[in-house]
Design a protein around this ligand. Sequence first.
Ligand SMILES: *Cc1c(COP(=O)(O)O)cnc(C)c1O
Length: 395
Amino acid sequence: MAHAPQDTHGKLHLDTLAIHAGQQPDPVHGAVMQPIVLSTTFAQEGPGAHKGFDYGRSGNPTRNALEGCIAALEGATHGLAYSSGCGATTNVLHLLRPGDHVVCGDDVYGGTFRIFDKVMKPMGIEASFIDMQDLGRVRAAMRPNTKLVWMETPSNPMLKIFDIAGVAEIAKAGGAPLVVDNTFATPMLQRPLDLGASIVVHSTTKYLNGHSDAVGGFVATSDDELGGRLRFLQNAIGAVPSPFDCYLVLRGLKTLPVRMRQHVASAREIAGKLERHPQVARVIYPGLASHPGHALAERQMRGPGGMISFDLKGNLDQSRAFLKALEVFACAESLGGVESLAEHPAIMTHASIPAENRRALGISDGLIRLSVGLEAIEDLWADLDRGFAAATRAG
Ligand SMILES: *Cc1c(COP(=O)(O)O)cnc(C)c1O
């Protein structure tokens, strides 16, 4: 492509934007792939006369390309990259002041809960955690000092689906921007800004990079005022990604559309098979008609995603035996990579959530979460069968 398709007006399809947005052949050498610019400083023709870059924390050409690409995918006019998803979250929360209040979904990423509980609370910023499946509860939780509404949909690990447009309307009426953590869905399956959200947050560590080899975060918005304040905070706080990591995420993004199609196709098939399995008490997957958020997911998403949670019948020893027996699925935290992962939320990713909160959310000792990767579906199912056999022997 001769021109830089920095299209944010919907003229190009997402499959095309994932490959080209924010990028153009290098004007000096014609290199088609985005160069990794490692230089921390940029020569100026005279004091203050630079070509848009002066210092590596404030701006970097490789980071710029990444910011342009993900912003285009989310349909945003401002994109900001960070050194981690938690770094992105922390930057957004620095829009707040002591005395401010946040309404937050009750099933958010453990690290996000920890930032609210252990970092923001001591600074005088309070959060109410509520089940946003009931819009009445969201409305009731709004206070005069509510300055932000935060949601994650699908949520983790219970894969609850929240009504983005419905909550956006309530947030707007209360004068608070709605932030949606879109890590699980990615812009391929869900675009929160189109549904009324003000800010989108990502851990690019997961699907956007997709290869489990770079930690990163992202924030996108089309609100100029918020975009300007976030750009100031990105530079002032300094949680910026390295140019090399920006390059890795840019490279990963090129296959995001095809990866997501396969993640969804494989997860659909495995969820259906799990639902018919005698050793499975319950399957949680928004693509199943049995999921309470199924109809809403069909409305606001273009696919139910690649994550599945299910309750294995039996005790904790049997859950351990199941996970230990797997050979293709790695027993590991994180998600969204090409490789399949299986984990035990109560012991692993959600151990930092108090046991009583876990119980209230439905995170039982039998709950297993799968990140369905891109391996052959036959090999994935044979592997799960190995786990079921091991769970039976441990019983
Ligand atoms: C992983 C994750 C985060 C945090 O991102 P890091 O890159 O690990 O800091 C935030 N939200 C969700 C939904 C996540 O899965």
